[in-house]
Every structure is written in structure tokens, then in C-alpha cells.
Design a protein around this ligand. Sequence first.
Ligand code: ACM
Length: 565
Amino acid sequence: MRYSFPLVVFCILFGSLSQSHAADTTPKQILPIIPQPVVVREAPTLPSGQQANATFQLSEKTLILTNGSQTESDATVFNEFLAAHFGFRLKVKRAAASQKLSAASVIRLVSTKIETNKQTAHAHKDAYTLTIGEKEITIAGNNAGVFYGLQSLLQLLPASQPANQALSKSTKMFALPTCVVEDYPRFGWRGMHLDVSRHFFSKDFVKKYIDYLALYKMNIFHWHLTDDQGWRLEIKKYPKLTSVGAYRKGTLIGHYTEKPVRYDSIRYGGYYTQADAREVVEYARKRHITVVPEIEMPGHASAAVAAYPELASTPGPFEVIGNWGVFYDVFCPKEETFQFLQNVLAEVIAIFPSKYIHIGGDECPKDRWKESEFCQALIKKQGLQDEHELQSYFIQRIEKFVNSKGRQIIGWDEILEGGLAPNAAVMSWRGEKGGIEAAKQHHPVVMSPTTTVYFDYYQSQKPGEPLAIGGFVPLDLVYRYEPLPKELTPAEQQYIIGAQANLWTEYIATPDKVEYMLLPRLCALAEVVWTPPEQKNYDAFMGRLKQHTQLLDAMKVNYSKSALP
Ligand code: ACM
């Protein structure tokens, strides 16, 4: 379901703030908040006599007031960010909304149901209002709303330091401009993916990655946990998935098109224990991010069949692969395989509370199935046309199991071939064609086309760019991406639940390079999925981004400067 919400009327609990916002052209519009909020304006209801350019002084003495456990948790995460990047924390206290306090400056967090104008609007479940007055900042929001308001607030800090000093851990006094921000997301799926199979990233770095997502109000972390080059999640029933499947004996050197092919001979691998994965899920939950795990099937299964060769169509043995591409030894659709995958998924579902479980489905060569007597007999027995329908049979069986556990599957757009499983969502990566087709069939769709949101592609054609897989996805291309295809009617567009970018890591071996490929393209993506399209403007974005890099510098992020002036 796409969330739509009229721009003009957003009457919140501080009722008198609802005014026409269409003509907001005040300098406050360029507050360096990414993604650009729906409304940013002067604070018209603040006490009279207030100076123009009035500010709120945020210092170590500022008190955070909460109204319950949700806002307390949001305040804790906010404080963790302050402590990590600015070297101080604010005191947190629970207080009734009406309570007057003697502290010189307070940030009041109010988890509340935001009232909306019944005739013109429906409440967005994650809406928030951030009101910066001279003595008090109030952030009121539904669900994730207060957390999102806090992200906007902390993005204002760098521009609010005195006299343009370099932002550093010793900066503990900020003068924030009085203003009102009224905001809510455009899409319900604001996703970012990370491949941890081609290269493995530590649990601590995965948390850092989640921090970046949280900063831009993204709400889905798609964790690509299995592939040909490594199985990265402990499965208690099948220990060889990690003792064997998590390690390869060497890795390709250079680009996979280079000949002759060369490998290092360094054993490479790693995996997350179930305790690690639960820790990541909880870390993300506190940041209002859902972790969607991906377990690839029936293709991209080399690491799994290296561990358990009986799951393939030929006897093996197989190896965990050290090269990049598409490989032939896929899961064979036999009962033993379904039992195995169901047992794996049962453990996955117990760890990850997400509504959707990603089952892959992409790039499954059918060669082994064509050569297999068993597969050909199964095609006949089930009355299937061909191997594509056999893949559809495979996915539908898995879907039945996942649905029986109260969850839904999402898969790459190849799951359309041979017939879409009845309740499946589709992630459209080979352009938008698959997404358009799925939406026409009334299935939920996440747009993730290679052409605009593959962050493993080059972002610059300048010399000196680090090696990438290929392609060209510069910042402005990401920014201008529009996830609702014109080919769809407004009713069909409702099935586009959002968009996400993917970060495949064949050529990304280190956290530094992940950051380089991720940022600032993630900033552009955030505006694609959050900001109303009529509010988007690339030049304005670049202006905000320039200011925002002060925060990235303070956070010591290795972002790419290729698109910056
Ligand atoms: C994909 O990029 N193979 C989904």
C-alpha cells in the first residue's frame, strides 16, 4: 500500500499550526535535512516578542523529556549518536506532556496519535512534527515519527555550531533556528540492501550500516545472507552450512572479465551466529528498521550444495565459489531439498520477525534441471510446461511453507516466470518491467532497477574511481528516479510499496569501500522514497548535501566526493 497524503493540510495536535504551506519559500526551506521534509517553515505560534533569527540553545544542560517507553528508547538512540560523534549525552527524564519544568532548555518527545483533518487527510503512521522554539523543542509523532523527528534534529546540529567552527567532539553548544517541520514518508518500503556473501562484513560494521540507514529514515535493511560465494548465517540443524559453506579457498583478483583469470589462495569467509543476527535485528528495531533476510533459492546455491551435495541434481562434490557470476549447481527440487529449505526457513523465521522473507529466485540456470531425469519426471508428473514452470512450482511450495508460518515471500522478478506464487511480492531489478507486470497482477512491488539504484555500479567516470562491476549510476540519476511507472494506472500504482537500492559486494571488500559506494547516493535514494515528488529539486538537494557533509565528516564516513562541487 502506498501512503499518500495531501500536502497542504496536516493539522497536528498543536492545531493552530495548520496553515497553507504551498508558498513556503523562506530560507528555512534550505535547512540541511535529508530527506527533504514535506513542510519546513517559520514557527508562527511561538511566543510573541521573539526575535527574528531566534534560536534554541542546545547544550549539555538540555534535558530530554519523554512520555513513555517508546520515546525513552528513541532518546537513548539519539544520545548514543551524540556520544559517538559529539562526545556528550543529554539527561533523559519522563514527564507528563503538560508538566512545566525549570530546565533552561528541553527537548520534549511526545509519542502520540497525530490528529488530522478528517475531511482531507488520514494520519500517516510514521508522521512527526518537529517544533523548535526558543526554550523548548517538541517532537510529536506516531510510531517511528518521534525517532524520525530526532534524525531531522541531529542533522541540524552541524549548521548550528557557533561561528562555523569545524564540527568536532568538543562542540557542545548549538544554536538551532526556530522553525516547524511537518513530515511523513511517501513510501512504506524504503529499503537498502547489503550483500555479505561475496564479501563478509562484521556484525559491528553491519550495525554502522544500519546507523546510516536510520539517519536518512530508511526503514528496511535487506540482508543478503547466502550466495554462491558464502553462506553467512548459522543454521543449527545444518552446521556444515557454515563450517563448510561459509569459507572459500580463494578469491578472484581483478575484474571477472580479465583473462587469464587469477585467484589469490587466501581462505576467506565468516558468518553470523544466530545470536549475532538477533542482536542486529534488535539494533535495527530500535532504529525503526526491519531486517528482511534473504535466503537464495533455487539458484545462487553453490555454498549450500558444497556443504550438502545431496541437495543438487548431480553428485558433486561442489566448491564454495571464488569467482563472480551465475553458476550451474542449483538446488534440485526434490523432497529432501524442500525439507532442508523448510527447516532452514523455520530457523530464519524464528530469528527475523519481518513480514517478508526474501527467497531470492534470480538467475537460476536451468541446465542441470534439463539434464536431470528426476527433474524431467517431476515436470511430467506435475503437468508443468517447462523448467520455468518447475521454478514456479519450487517457489510456490516454499511460499506455502512461509505463509503457514504467518509470513510472506518476496523474490527477484524472475519469480514471475512460469507463474507468480499467489501471495508473493516482487522486487523488480531487471528494469521496471517485472514490477509493472506484478503490479498489474495486483502483487506488491518494490522497485530496484539496475539502471538507477544499483550502488555497486560506478558513480563517476572520473579517472581514479575504484574498481566496480561496471554500469554508471551517478548521484543525479539516483535522485531523479521515480518509482511509480507511468505505464500503471493510479490504482495499479498503489501496488508499488516502495523502492530500494542494492549493494552487491563482488568488488567491495572493505567497510571503507562500502561507505564510498553507499554515500552520498543513499542521501539521494532517501529523497526518492520519502519526499513528495513536487518537493524534489536536485540543485536544492545539492545545497543541503553540501552542508550535510559536515556531519558525514564529523562521523568520519568515507563518502564519495565525486559528485560534490
Ligand atoms: C540481482 O541483481 N541478481 C538481483
